[in-house]
Design a protein around this ligand. Structure first.
Ligand code: NAD
Length: 477
């Protein structure tokens, strides 16, 4: 039994004052693999005090000093990539190829941020004024369980680049990954108090960060529901917030697309990270005239998908993270059937031979209308809905008829047409004719998918406040 009973405060890996324990369960086996001891409000306050004190000098460090720290963080994470990958498989249930990709993205985030930092313009002019971009202060960062290391990196790297200090509350379900991350940060020898990490519950550690007057920015990734709660709490002190929230992303397949290429890509976009991904393309919007072809291809692609053995490189879909998430996915599948959607693959229950873990069947529904619950609410599992349209305008209208606006995918035989449609979709990121990634491009949502952006210079900007100095060259006459 592994025991994770450490927090990271003021440069020291120490036992928390909090004593509450939470069991960690391997989602592929439902076996208890360890326990995490949760930090409490006192731990959080100590961490905030350490970050506040460290801010005084860290905010004055040079770009070169911070760039060196980011590089050291990259290297110390690279030294632990295999352990971090293993922990992600065991603790979260990611297939090994996905876990490896997630941890590599996390390590690389520090190098990309370093490069952006080195060319970042902290001193600007606006007319006759000089504008200094200044670090805002202590950051409270809160992350979910679905890509723990990646989310930690996407908050820690830009905040450090800006000259901010942090108190991080990772998901309480990711204690082993967090422990490895903590060791990596310690090895990188940042000044004490610059990064502090407190495991704990959202309603304890998370709420204290939101409430505390010495925290000036709340950087959150998680559900829209909790994001709204954090924004409301942060308003009491007018804290800045960056919120990376939920999604119900559309995948628009235009009528000129080669379906043999577009359908497998649409399935991959929908099943990213076992469907436990905020950006998953879960609404597949297809021309009515080609519906039968899409259904046939979709069923055959799903048939070939490997679910199960997480250590097999070919496995695409692992279990849901816990019982709650398993039940949530089953609930949505049941509801879609009751609402009259046509099941063309998967369905309720676990795939044969996989009921020892929280595995669900990769599921696809046709005959879905965009007003159904399955098309409007985030399932956060491998469940896709096929929705038909008659005209291009109608396809765009359906794509935009959602409270979310995080990501979209467009497939077309014509790149120009794909781009034209992409420009009309209301989402923070749109991928045309492929599953593209660009670490320097902004990531974040329109509408209820969030506020603010991560990645690239956009991510660094979120932790800075402009200060205008007028008359900077004036002589008192
Ligand atoms: P969640 O909102 O339940 O929890 C996220 C984090 O918030 C956890 O660390 C949790 O402990 C903490 N938290 C819970 N209650 C809190 C409170 N009252 N105050 C402060 N913190 C609190 O989300 P989850 O179930 O961990 O993750 C799934 C959700 O995250 C999905 O909705 C998904 O779309 C979203 N997500 C978004 C992105 C993105 O970048 N936009 C990425 C991944 C996941």
């Amino acid at each position: 039994m592994n025991m994770f009973d450490r927090v990271y405060i003021n440069g020291q890996i120490i036992k928390p004052i909090g004593t509450e324990e939470l069991e960690l369960i391997n989602p592929a086996t439902k076996q208890v693999t360890g326990k995490v001891v949760l930090g409490n409000v006192e731990d959080t306050r100590l961490a905030i005090a350490a970050a506040k004190s460290a801010f005084k000098t860290f905010s004055k460090t040079t770009v070169q000093e911070r760039a060196d720290m980011l590089l050291r963080l990259h290297r110390s994470l690279m030294n632990r990539l295999d352990r971090l990958t293993e922990a992600t498989v065991e603790e979260y249930g990611a297939p090994v190829s996905v876990a490896r990709m997630l941890t590599r993205i996390a390590a690389d985030a520090f190098v990309h941020t370093k490069e952006n930092l080195e060319s970042f313009s902290f001193s600007r002019t606006a007319g006759k004024a000089r504008v200094r971009m200044e670090p805002i202060g202590v950051v409270g960062a809160i992350t979910p369980w679905n890509a723990n290391a990646t989310h930690l990196a996407n908050k820690i790297a830009p905040a450090l680049a800006a000259g901010c200090t942090l108190v991080v509350k990772p998901s309480e379900l990711s204690a082993k990954q967090t422990q490895i991350f903590m060791e990596a940060i310690h090895e990188a020898a940042l000044p004490a108090g610059v990064v502090n990490i407190v495991n704990g519950k959202g309603e304890v550690v998370g709420e204290e960060l939101t409430r505390h007057p010495d925290v000036f920015v709340m950087a959150f990734t998680g559900s829209t529901e909790i994001g709204k709660r954090i924004a409301a709490g942060a308003a009491a002190h007018l804290k800045r917030v960056t919120l990376e929230l939920g999604g119900k992303s559309p995948t628009v397949i235009l009528d000129d697309a080669d379906l043999t290429k577009a359908v497998p890509l649409a399935v991959s976009a929908g099943f990213i990270n076992s469907g436990q991904a905020c950006l998953a393309g879960t609404r597949i919007i297809v021309p009515e005239s080609r519906l039968e072809e899409v259904k046939r291809l979709m069923a055959s692609v799903i048939d070939d998908i490997k679910v199960g053995d997480l250590w097999n490189e070919a496995t695409l879909i692992g279990p849901m993270v816990n019982q709650k998430q398993y039940d949530r996915v089953q609930h949505y599948i049941r509801q879609a059937i009751e609402d009259g959607a046509e099941l063309i693959a998967g369905g309720q229950g676990s795939p044969e031979g996989f009921d020892a873990g929280y595995f669900v069947k990769p599921t696809v529904f046709a005959n879905v209308t965009n007003d159904m619950t399955i098309a409007q609410e985030e399932v956060f599992g491998p469940v896709l809905s096929i929705i038909t349209y008659r005209t291009e305008d109608e396809a765009i209208e359906i794509a935009n008829d959602t409270p979310y606006g995080l990501q979209a995918f467009v497939f077309s035989g014509s790149t120009e047409r794909g781009n034209r449609v992409a420009e009309q979709i209301v989402a923070g990121r749109i991928s045309v004719n492929g599953l593209h990634d660009e670490p320097n491009a902004p990531f974040g949502g329109f509408k209820q998918s969030g506020i603010g952006r991560e990645h690239g210079t956009y991510g660094i900007e979120e932790y800075l406040e402009p200060k205008a100095i007028l008359g900077h060259d004036a002589v008192l006459a």
